[in-house]
Ligand binder design. Structure first.
Ligand SMILES: Cc1ncc(COP(=O)(O)O)c(C=O)c1O
Length: 491
């Protein structure tokens, strides 16, 4: 070997064999050691560099394993003719494409074009995520995330069981987590289920997609709340189903209107504990009517219980799912609201007769949710941290809601009418009659605020304009400051 200058430095603290491997790899990649070059013997190189022969043997072993070197018994060690970098790359790397600004609908299937036309709830661009921008909706208090505790649980869990965590797990999820969720749902939400009925999913969004995929045929009608949660519509459209917008009033989804519009629909997607986005609680009368319809039509109800943990006054209304022994209700909830939406963990409780079909369908989507996060979450729940965290967040959110209402009463009089709600993570700020909420939302955006227009979630009719004001992720003083800015923007 025409030895390239290899400099090792014992004072850096990095093991010498690692330094040598790094230096050789660098020389190979830079072309100073050409493919096919025969390396000096380990003994000679050790002498030349004044290190032990073991150091050289270890460095060679690493580069042999990585594919930079090849060894021929008896005839020495050579720089590989095909470097691993080449084998990992395509033959002609194309130039990086410029990001598409809009989608050409002619390139898509009809279904693809329909899906792409559903406005997504604005997700922050990579790297800018101001988790606590006023009045971001649906994001929990990331400033109060128990990060040290989570880090400790993560570390402990990895140390104890990393080998198990590297293998596939059943599509339905980590069984101890399914047990923990089943226990929690029975006590906190009155859900009737055994752990086997609980499927761990990548958030409510996946529960919606799987439900549409497994239970609906192309063209089937599904009732959706109007106004309602538009990402649910995306899931229906992706499955080729037809949305039937059903109006919502002070009692929640108007079941009688649904019966008039599409009596034979196959599915109804509802948010009974806290209607999204209006925040109303579905009345007992409507709940019974909805369940009776599902039983009569052998249709399904998907209950999205998305932020039911946050009830500030009185006891929460129990889940619709637990009201009936008839197995027509699928129930979904999420850890996005209690912990973080980036965890992508939620649950879907299905009737026993559907467990196998849903588990199999899940295999074909993405096999299962990440097992390390599931295991850590299990520890978080079973060690009592989950209920403690929910209790702390209830107090924090109640204070944040109060701060928002007070600031709004002081500064938004005549501009936005904000009333408190007993539940949830956002409030509805009603605009004066005739004021266009999309224009108001655009003005708020210019002032650096996120305040969705209610009408953006409405499919039919023109509701009175309103801005949706999230408060959970924003500290009180920033809420007050946001309200001042909103007042200036709207004036
Ligand atoms: C009505 C509703 N359902 C569900 C979710 C949670 O979705 P995911 O669990 O997919 O993060 C949200 C979040 O904003 C929501 O508003």
């Amino acid at each position: 070997m025409a030895a390239p200058s290899l400099v090792l430095d014992a004072s850096t603290g990095a093991p010498l064999h690692a330094q040598l491997a790094e230096a050789l790899r660098g020389a190979i990649l830079a072309g100073r050691l050409a493919p096919g070059t025969r390396l000096s013997s380990t003994r000679a190189l050790a002498e030349q560099l004044d290190v032990s022969r073991n150091t050289v043997l270890n460095a060679f072993a690493r580069l042999l394993a990585e594919g930079y070197l090849v060894g021929h018994t008896g005839s020495g060690t050579y720089v590989a003719r095909e470097l691993p970098e080449r084998l990992l790359a395509v033959r002609h790397a194309p130039a990086a494409p410029t990001p598409a600004r809009h989608v050409d609908p002619r390139a898509l299937s009809k279904r693809g074009a329909a899906v792409a036309s559903v406005p997504p709830l604005a997700a922050p661009a990579e790297g800018m995520a101001p988790g606590r921008m006023a009045f971001r909706m649906g994001v929990p208090a990331l400033d109060a995330f128990p990060s040290e505790l989570w880090g400790r649980l993560l570390h402990n869990r990895w140390q104890r069981s990393w080998r198990d965590l590297l293998s596939h797990i059943p599509a339905a999820g980590h069984l101890p987590l399914r047990r923990a969720v089943a226990d929690y749902l029975a006590t906190a939400r009155g859900v009737r289920c055994v752990p086997e009925q609980v499927l761990i999913v990548n958030g409510t969004q996946q529960a919606l997609s799987l439900t549409a995929q497994v239970l609906l045929d192309v063209g089937d009608a599904a009732w959706v709340e109007d106004p309602g949660y538009s990402p649910a519509h995306g899931a229906l459209i992706a499955a080729g189903a037809t949305r039937v917008p059903v109006p919502v009033d002070a009692e929640g989804l108007d079941v009688e209107a649904g019966l008039r519009l599409a009596p034979h629909a196959r599915l109804a997607i509802v948010t009974p504990a806290h209607q999204f986005p209006l925040g109303v609680v579905m009345s007992e009368r409507r709940r019974r009517a909805l369940l009776a319809w599902a039983a009569r039509e052998e249709a399904w109800v998907l209950e999205d219980d998305y932020d039911s943990e946050f009830r500030y006054v009185g006891r929460p209304p129990p889940a619709l799912q637990g009201l009936t022994a008839e197995a027509r209700v699928l129930y979904t909830g999420t850890f996005s609201k209690v912990l973080s939406p980036a965890l992508r963990l939620g649950y879907l409780v299905v009737p026993e007769s559907l467990v196998d079909a849903f588990s199999t369908a899940r295999v074909f989507v993405d096999r299962h949710s990440a097992s390390l996060e599931q295991a850590v979450l299990t520890d978080f729940i079973t060690q009592g941290h989950f209920s403690r965290h929910v209790r702390r967040m209830r107090v924090l959110y109640a204070a944040r809601q109060e701060a928002l209402v007070e600031a709004a009463r002081r500064e938004l009089r005549g501009l936005v009418d904000v009333s408190p709600l007993h539940t949830g993570m956002h409030l509805v700020g009603w605009l004066p009659e005739g004021v266009d909420d999309r224009a108001a939302s655009a003005k708020a955006a210019q002032a650096g605020l996120q305040a969705f227009a209610l009408s953006a979630f409405q499919l039919q009719g023109r509701p009175r304009g309103a801005l949706l004001l999230g408060y959970a992720c924003v500290p009180e003083e920033e809420l007050a400051e946001g309200v001042s800015r909103l007042a200036r923007a709207l004036r």
